[in-house]
Design a protein around this ligand. Structure first.
Ligand code: GDG
Length: 496
């Protein structure tokens, strides 16, 4: 089998010292996948240049080869801050109220997708599997096809797929989805998003979906399937046992002096339901005067996409809300919400999860949610905490032994917090054992294998193979760069 060429918006590889900051879920998963399978990870460096050059910076870090390009400021504004994060992200998370439609964004999105295609093209050898990730790059496969790439090309979408009626509000929606049908495999996180996608192609494009969920389009067959992503269980449970984790665990426990801990860990994003979560916790405190001063919510929320106004807005809202709730419930030696706008290394995070009696994972809409799985993996099986999970996270389809909640209902979440804190050890152990079995079995390697199996099982595109033979061999300069790629210090950054 050929190599895996992974393409995502951002490339983010941990340094030898370990991840020091916030990495988005996609980055964490792709790191594990590439370490296992080998190949190249291509994407934007996160850097801006005055003029786009297409220069590829190749490095080898921690067993993963990366190839990155810089983008122009206008690209970043129109493609990343614009179409990706002000149009598609809110729309795909059902936030049509926040969705902005701007022709320049659309043009920037297409231009950057072209630039990605031009830059990655020389890296692709005949037998490589090309695996494109996420909403930033939906049309990339079709551009690569236009350039003559006959390889197997797959897409995996990390976000939800919106209902047809919402998607129909996007100008040129049909063109966007039609471009996706140039992939061989379209992977979604859950059957709910899959059904939504299939509904769109049937209702809006009049296509027939076969019994195996494949779609016939312009003489080609496209496979659409759910591949629920998991965490790197082996890596994370090791991290949870490390000295760093133990120290973080102890530090947190000491700091709360015998109080119960609830934990939330999320990129600062409106889809994560942080405001509703804070209000639910406040309601819990109001409804249970006996718990006054006895439970603390630790919310870790590293800032994300700070150039986009709706993210500045959510940050301000949360600061106001935290101040308000803390003002109402604090006393001289107790502050109920610890709201922290920074990231922590993964091992510390694992220690914090383990110290917490309750994991509060209450997004309003989430493709999967890896935090829920990390919380489960980090628990002590002999005295585990309780996971409270939104029914609107993709993870809810797998983690059925969590306490599932409607995150919009402040009362329901407040009652569930009370139930979680009172849950007898026997029930906690039973629920945790079931959750752990699922997290372990459906880990990131399982996801990787299932996807790669599906993609490699596809018959290679019809028509002539690429005439120039492909990458390392075809382009001596790139081959040399690839070979000499050194262990450099790559900046850790969220891939979103
Ligand atoms: C997207 C989709 C889907 C967070 N704070 C810190 C930190 N994190 C890490 C977590 C976790 C990851 O970021 C977040 O992953 P999620 O899955 O919860 O959410 P998104 O970032 O929105 O990810 C999502 C995912 O892609 C994968 O397909 O599940 O639905 O939205 O791993 O631990 N990591 C560190 N410090 C932090 O402070 N080191």
């Amino acid at each position: 089998m050929g190599r895996l060429i992974v393409i995502s918006n951002r490339v983010s590889v941990p340094s030898a010292a370990g991840a020091a900051g916030a990495q988005g879920g996609l980055a964490v998963a792709l790191n594990s996948a590439l370490r296992e399978h080998g190949g190249i990870w291509f994407g934007w460096s996160g850097q801006e240049t005055e003029e786009f050059t297409g220069h590829l910076d190749m490095q080898r870090n921690e067993g993963v080869t990366t190839a990155t390009i810089d983008l122009e400021a206008q690209d970043v504004e129109e493609y990343y801050n614009g179409y990706a994060n002000r149009t598609l992200w809110p729309l795909f998370h059902y936030r049509i109220d926040l969705t902005e439609y701007d022709r320049n964004f659309g043009e920037g999105y297409e231009r950057v997708n072209e630039r990605f295609a031009d830059s990655v093209y020389p890296l692709i050898a005949d037998d490589d599997l090309v695996w494109v990730h996420d909403y930033h790059l939906l049309p990339l496969g079709s551009i690569l096809r236009r350039k003559g790439i006959k390889n197997r090309i797959g897409l995996f979408l990390h976000t939800p797929w919106p209902p047809t009626r919402l998607l129909a509000s996007l100008p040129f929606h049909e063109r966007l989805v039609a471009s996706m049908l140039e992939y061989d495999v379209i992977g979604l996180q859950t059957t709910e998003w899959l059904e939504s996608f299939l509904h769109y192609v049937q209702k809006e494009m009049g296509l027939t979906v076969n019994l195996d969920n494949s779609i016939d389009y312009q003489g080609r067959r496209v496979i659409a399937r759910a591949f629920p992503i998991g965490i790197d269980y082996a890596e994370f449970s090791e991290a949870a046992k490390s000295d760093v984790a133990k120290e973080a665990h102890q530090r947190l426990r000491d700091s709360v002096r015998g109080r119960k801990i609830l934990i939330g860990v999320d990129r600062l994003d409106y889809s994560k339901g942080l405001g509703e979560r804070f209000e639910s916790f406040s309601r819990f405190l109001s409804d249970h005067p006996d718990m006054a001063g006895k439970a603390v919510l630790l919310q870790i929320a590293p800032p994300s996409r700070g150039d986009v106004e709706s993210y500045q807005q959510i940050r301000e809202d949360l600061e106001r809300k935290t101040g308000h709730i803390n003002g109402a419930h604090a006393n001289v030696d107790f502050v109920p919400i610890r709201y922290v706008n920074r990231g922590y290394p993964r091992a510390e995070l694992a220690g914090f999860y383990r110290a917490a009696n309750v994991g509060l994972v209450t997004p309003l809409r989430d493709g999967m949610n890896l935090v829920a799985k990390e919380y489960v993996a980090a628990q002590d099986p002999e005295d585990p905490g309780v996971l409270i999970l939104s029914q609107f996270a993709g993870a809810a389809t797998q983690l059925k032994d969590a306490l599932l909640v409607n995150p919009h209902s402040v009362e329901h979440v407040a009652e569930t917090i009370s139930r979680a804190l009172d849950m007898p050890l026997k029930e906690r152990k039973r629920r945790h054992a079931a959750l752990l079995a699922s997290v372990k079995e459906m880990d990131v390697l399982h996801w990787l294998k299932q996807y790669v199996l599906a993609l490699s099982g596809v018959e290679k595109g019809s028509g002539a193979l690429k005439s120039d033979g492909g990458p390392s061999s075809a382009d001596p300069e790139l081959a040399a760069q690839e070979e000499s790629a050194t262990l450099g210090a790559t900046e850790i950054a969220g891939s979103h």
